[in-house]
Design a protein around this ligand. Sequence first.
Ligand code: ZN
Length: 447
Amino acid sequence: MSRLFLKSPLAILAEGADGGIVVESGKIVELVPAGGTPARPVDETVDASAHVVLPGLVNTHHHFYQTLTRAHPQAIDRELFPWLKALYPIWARLDPPSFRLAVRLALTELLMSGCTTAADHHYLFPGGLDDAIDIDIEAEEAQALGIRVTLTRGSMDLSQKDGGLPPDDVVQDADAILSDSERLIARYHDRSEGAMTQIALAPCSPFSVTRRLMIESAALAERHDCRLHTHLGETKDENRFCEETFGCRPVDYLEEVGWLGPRTWLAHGIHFTTEECRRLGAHKVGVCHCPASNAVLASGFCPVNELKAAGSPVGLGVDGSASNDASNMIEAARHALMVGRLNYRSAEAITARDALTMASEGSAVCLGREDIGRIAVGRQADLALFTLDELRFSGAHDPVAALVLCGATRADRVMVKGTWRVLDGMPVGIDVARLREEHGRAARRFA
Ligand code: ZN
């Protein structure tokens, strides 16, 4: 088996690896201290003296299809509910070929930003996609790019005619959702160490899903040992909806439907009281912080530090590309630092290393993965290497902090499971110019 030595990094986000790391069979097998050499001979040495080495970043919330409707004139400058109402009819035009390009583009963009594992929350299955092949399309595209994924079988079964927010033509029947969920779990959910594809179940939100679907999804997840994901605590409108419809607050509702447990990770988690943060933490419910989306939609601040202190794993997500509107994980770390410091009005509330750890280890825990998210012996060899060659880094002194504070946007090299998937800043095997052209053309259908 070939052994690769990543030698003498400029800086590395790991303890005891200042001399580099050794990768073999897709895993990290040795950390080399400063001035040291690998314990056994290596087959290849890569000079990393110009690179800041991070664990591969892990994105825990996205909606890939939304790359087709970024900066859409009918949706910009709106908050969540009016934003959704403006976009649902546009998203109802989604078709398999456009969807495939949206997925390819989002995954490529993520990979180039240093992301090695991505979760997607796909809940939109309009007419043309009712064979529910979209998750299959996502699995194929991820495999072709060599990026690790947690694909969530999202769902909506509560439309306007039943008191929900989405129009009737974008929701599905609960039985169809549950049987497709079982099919996808059987086909793609790999629970083994180093898995490249996992499935999670993700009813969309309290205002687009029935109580029955929440309860039965939880039971299905329990039966097949997969994770549960949903939007919760995103806006005050959602609080009002829950109070009016269920007679309780979102976290109470979560408990009622059997979701308050370590299998669950939530997107956003903004409008929680201190007591609710304690309850979520006590049950180890994970939260994906989406700072850019929360800022753009003016949703509010996620109480990241309260949740962490209470015991919740907190990860980072770019969120859908119609609210971010980008899919850049290293930028998300910068957003988390800025939004977090503003929220707490404290420059110490969140450091550059806190933001990067949230984007890697915190996210990995949200996805229930102990084999990724850190540079440590035995972990998967998922790595993101950044250079500081651009003008924006010139004069920077702390190389790790510089990535966040000076605003890195692009990794120079990205490794997933021991294989280089980005080299010299470009994704291996992808014609970026062609992808931009094809995706841009597909997006014109959604004008
Ligand atoms: Zn979302």
